[in-house]
Design a protein around this ligand. Sequence first.
Ligand code: CMC
Length: 390
Amino acid sequence: TGYTTLDQGFVNTASTKSEITYIDGDQGILRYRGYSIEDVAKNSTYLETAWLLIYGELPSASELEEFEEKIRRHTLLHEDLKRFFDALPHNAHPMSVLSSAVSALSTYYQDSLDVHDPEQVEISTIRLLAKLPTIAAYAHKKSLGQAFLYPDNSLSFVENFLKMNFGNMAEPYEVNPVLATALERLLILHEDHEQNASTSTVRLVGSTEANLFASVSAGINALYGPLHGGANEAVLTMLEQIKESGEGVEKFVQRVKNKEDGIRLMGFGHRVYKNFDPRARLVKESAHEVLAALGIKDELLDIAMELEAVALADDYFIERKLYPNVDFYTGVIYKAMGFPTRMFTVLFAIGRLPGWIAQWRESNSDPKTKIGRPQQLYIGEPQRDWPTER
Ligand code: CMC
């Protein structure tokens, strides 16, 4: 139109229309396809919610059964892809392993490169949903130096995932139903969150007509950063540092307020939520339930609760409308489940996958989609003459 406005960080600019997720940040409302996050988390499963996000409606019993069966059929990884993990160092961050392996899926499923073929889009959807948990569990096992466990399709999606992570070749594994229920709920809470950084990345890459695996791999890398999904890992590291340093919560909060070394209260604040994050409330409930059910007394949970109380009573946080976000209490639960800190963001990625897929497909099937191409305001040197002597 002849003029360009600057909106650094896209604070005001909508990049797309969407029918998938609704957020009212002032009132702390989050809805998937019109259903409140509280109802979805209480009544649904990870895969049923995935269906809802991707196809727009709740599935019938037979549609859900068929969907689950299709996913079970694709949980195995190609044996060559299994060997791909051998080439990576055992101390690699599992998020890097995850994005690399997802990117490599395009090398095995080359038909998926045709983003205009609805059948290919469908099969890529199933493959990704089925294989990401297997890839994630392999990344975990690799870091432990343990043998990979093949998926067990007699189990539910979440139970199988727990077994692949915590089972071993020598002993039978019994799934703890408390963990399975809690993990299912946490995954549901992460499934979509409209145009956050990783989802916008998936849509932007998808707008170039890159395939679903390539786009989701880019989304995983966007999620990796500590200001986004990496915050759940950063929260636990922060809580552990507070515990070990013995400096106390008040002192730590003071250092945050002084912006000492640019430190932030990780797991606090959100670009959209300015009242409370409805997911954080549900996660906090789960944290208490899981620790009580497992009979674990974790000092880190006490520190987290004290931090929350101190921050919520402090003008610095009140004025800036900073509240606990979804990442604040998840780490305490993942730790109680036995996941190492470095796996936390991987769990976020599995949770977010259905949202990425739904958003990619919405963009891909919209004839109005254009390649994403932001403008800039140039502030560099004006035209200069090339120096005759140097
Ligand atoms: N601790 C201390 N101060 C903060 C925090 C925090 N966590 N978050 C924002 N502020 C301050 C910030 O310093 C600024 O203050 P001032 O006006 O004095 O400079 C003011 O609040 C506004 O901050 P902003 O960076 O302009 O806000 P934003 O909307 O760009 O950032 C955010 C949102 C989530 C990146 C930020 O709140 C943050 O860095 N939080 C910590 C990381 C985190 O928990 N991320 C997870 C987000 S939720 C799930 C997800 O997306 O993965």
